[in-house]
Design a protein around this ligand. Structure first.
Ligand SMILES: [Zn+2]
Length: 282
C-alpha cells in the first residue's frame, strides 16, 4: 500500500472504486488513490481522448471556451482586492481559456499544460504563452506574482514536489489561487464512493477545504480569502457525464450541446493563499 504523498506516513484502505483502493493517511488524514503515478501516467491520462472523448474527462473541451474564459475573468475580479495584477502561471491550463480570462482583466501570464494539443491550441488560437509540462517538473528560472490551479490539485502526481515548485517560482509575497472539489461537502458525504470525483486514475487526491488549507499552512502559506464556486457546464458535457454514470443515452438527447447548464457547486471551493516564506533554494 502506498504511503501518504504529503507526510509519508502509513495509510489505510477506505473503499474501492474502479479496481483502485482509495486510501486515508493515518496521521494527516489525506485521501489518495493507491496508484504510483509519474510523468508517464500524466501523459497517458491526459492524452487527446481525455479532452475529446467524454467519459470521466471532457466531451469536447473547446465547447466550454466561453464559460471557462468567463470564469477566469470572475476569478481575476474576485482576487483584485487582495492581489495586485501582475504575471501569473496557470497550472493545468488545458487550452488556456481561464488564463485568457485573466488576461482580459489585465494579467499577463504563462499556461503550463502537459497535453501538447491543448497547449498548441492556446498558442495558435488564443495567442497565449504556453509551456508544455507539469508543475512537478517545472524547472524554468522564472518568478510569478500568482500561481493558479483551477481543478488541478486532485490530479497532481506528486503534490509535495508540485507545491515545493510553487514556492520556488512565487515572487516574495506572491499568491496561490486554488479551486478544488471538496470531499467533505454534503454531496460527497451522501454519495460516498459514488461521488463523481472518485474517478481514478485521472483524479489521484481528494481534499476538503480544511485539509488543503491545513497542509498549505504547514508549508508557509496563509489563506486570505475563500468561497464557493458557481459553475456552469455545457449540455454536451452534462450528457457525457450522465451517460458515463448511468449508462444510457436517450433520455438526455433533448439537451442541446451548447446549452449552458448550472452545476451544483456546494462541493467546489476556491481559496486564495499568500506565501509568506522565501524559499528559492530548490
Ligand atoms: Zn499524511
Amino acid at each position: 500500500m502506498k504511503s501518504c504523498p504529503l507526510c509519508n506516513s502509513a495509510s489505510e484502505r477506505v473503499f474501492e472504486v474502479k479496481n483502485t483502493w482509495i486510501l486515508d493517511c493515518q496521521v494527516c488524514g489525506h485521501r489518495f488513490a493507491d496508484i504510483t503515478a509519474d510523468i508517464e501516467h500524466v501523459e497517458k491520462t491526459y492524452d487527446d481522448s481525455y479532452f475529446y472523448d467524454g467519459n470521466a474527462g471532457y466531451a469536447d473541451y473547446t465547447i466550454e471556451a466561453d464559460m471557462l474564459r468567463k470564469r477566469g475573468r470572475q476569478y481575476a475580479k474576485k482576487i483584485a482586492k487582495h492581489v495586485n495584477k501582475g504575471r501569473m502561471l496557470d497550472v493545468g491550463a488545458a487550452a488556456g481559456f481561464i488564463l485568457k480570462g485573466f488576461e482580459d482583466e489585465g494579467w499577463s501570464g504563462v499556461g503550463l499544460e502537459p497535453n501538447p494539443s491543448m497547449a498548441e491550441y492556446g498558442k495558435t488560437k488564443l495567442g497565449l504563452n504556453m509551456n508544455i509540462g507539469t508543475l512537478e517538473m517545472f524547472d524554468k528560472n522564472e518568478r510569478f506574482d500568482l500561481v493558479s490551479m483551477v481543478q488541478v490539485v486532485g490530479h497532481l502526481f506528486d503534490p509535495s514536489s508540485a507545491f515545493a515548485s510553487v514556492k520556488t517560482i512565487l515572487s516574495d509575497g506572491g499568491h496561490l489561487l486554488i479551486e478544488s472539489w471538496d470531499r467533505a461537502s454534503f454531496s460527497a458525504r451522501i454519495l460516498g464512493k459514488h461521488w463523481h470525483e472518485y474517478s481514478p486514475p485521472s483524479v489521484l487526491h481528494w481534499y476538503s477545504h480544511q485539509s488543503l488549507v491545513t497542509y498549505l499552512s504547514g508549508i508557509g502559506f496563509e489563506e486570505i480569502a475563500y468561497g464557493r464556486t458557481l459553475k456552469k457546464i455545457s449540455g454536451k458535457r452534462a450528457k457525457s457525464l450522465l451517460q458515463y454514470r448511468l449508462g444510457f443515452k436517450a433520455l438526455f438527447s433533448p439537451i442541446p450541446d451548447s446549452l449552458s447548464l448550472p452545476y451544483p457547486s456546494e462541493d467546489l471551493f476556491w481559496t486564495l493563499l499568500k506565501y509568506n516564506g522565501t524559499d528559492h533554494s530548490q
